[in-house]
Design a protein. Structure first.
Length: 318
């Protein structure tokens, strides 16, 4: 949610003419995040978030809009796109495809408690249940093939030991695709559910945002992405109570298969690899923008190294 494209009042007034959400009162760029340009937009009838898509394939955007609309219709608290007067969800601002979504109440948390994680676990399980009736399929844009291509771009930027680690993990994950991951349950997942993409109000999840990496992939991958962020503090400490609260609430609503338990250690590594690779690309090949935020890739490198030695259990056993 960085600001790469500057949007002014004239742009917003022209945009709002295609919606029935009131007149412009105020707007402000949002600096958090990485990929897209985002603004808070206040009108006489409410508060909204405007997203300009800087890197997303235009052909994928209807999928994201329909997914968010589908989840909202199934009671999953999340970013809900605002329909234009013509019924569509997509517009153009400054030559970029754009969408307005309802601004949700609450705020993201830097240090969520076990209570917060338990609330999230229930919501994620309900989301995974809701997508059973969503019949559209979008491939993972940051899949293993993308990571392998990114490795080639990064080769000249990395030292020999770092490149060797990247190569070894890519080879391991290729083996897992045909062995450990074969037959794992798949559906549309969020794939990017970090702490800054979940809002809380009075201790409960009030909204999940930023669905723009959503794709058809392993449900277990969604859990691994969540575990790698929510069950580890910024200083690398493991937070078992937070993870236990999450997975207990999740498992009460969606049973976790034996094959998923078996694949869990490898999937945690896959999730760490995916974000290590993408943050390496963002770090070494940053986009230009007025307000940008580039994450340090090293925490995910350290997390991957840790998982290669020992991984926390999916569900703790006494």
């Amino acid at each position: 949610m960085s600001v790469y494209t500057r949007v002014n009042e004239d742009d917003l007034r022209a945009l709002l003419a295609d919606y029935s959400i009131g007149e412009l009162e105020d707007h402000k760029g949002i600096a958090a995040g990485i990929t897209n340009t985002n603004y808070f937009v206040d009108t006489t009838s409410g508060r909204w978030v405007l997203t300009l898509f800087e890197q997303v394939d235009n052909g994928s955007l209807p999928f994201f809009m329909q997914l968010m609309d589908h989840l909202a219709g199934h009671g999953v608290p999340g970013a809900h796109p605002v329909a234009r007067n013509d019924g569509g969800f997509l517009s153009r601002v400054q030559g970029r495809p754009a969408a307005l979504v309802y601004r949700l109440s609450g705020a993201s948390l830097i240090s969520p408690t076990a209570r917060h994680c338990g609330s999230l676990g229930g919501v994620v399980a309900e989301m995974h249940r809701a997508v059973r009736s969503f019949d559209q399929i979008q491939p993972n844009p940051r899949n293993l093939e993308w990571i392998a291509n990114a490795r080639d771009e990064l080769a000249s930027k990395l030292d020999a030991p770092t490149l060797a680690l990247l190569d070894d993990e890519i080879a391991f994950q290729h083996e897992c695709v045909h062995a450990r991951y074969a037959g794992l349950p798949k559906a549309v997942i969020h794939a990017d559910m970090f702490r800054d993409n979940v809002l809380f109000d009075d201790g409960r999840v009030s909204g999940i945002i930023d669905f723009y990496y959503a794709c058809h992939d392993y449900l277990l991958f969604d859990l691994a992405v969540i575990c790698n962020d929510w069950a580890f503090a910024d200083d690398g400490r493991h937070l078992p109570k937070q993870w236990q609260a999450f997975v207990d609430a999740y498992a009460r609503r969606r049973s976790i298969a034996a094959a998923e338990h078996a694949a869990w250690p490898a999937m945690l590594r896959a999730a760490a690899l995916r974000f290590w690779a993408s943050r390496l690309v963002d770090y070494h090949f940053p986009m230009d923008g007025d307000v940008t935020h580039v994450h340090d890739p090293s925490p995910f490198e350290q997390l991957l190294r840790r998982h290669r030695e020992q991984t926390p259990a999916l569900i703790a056993t006494d």
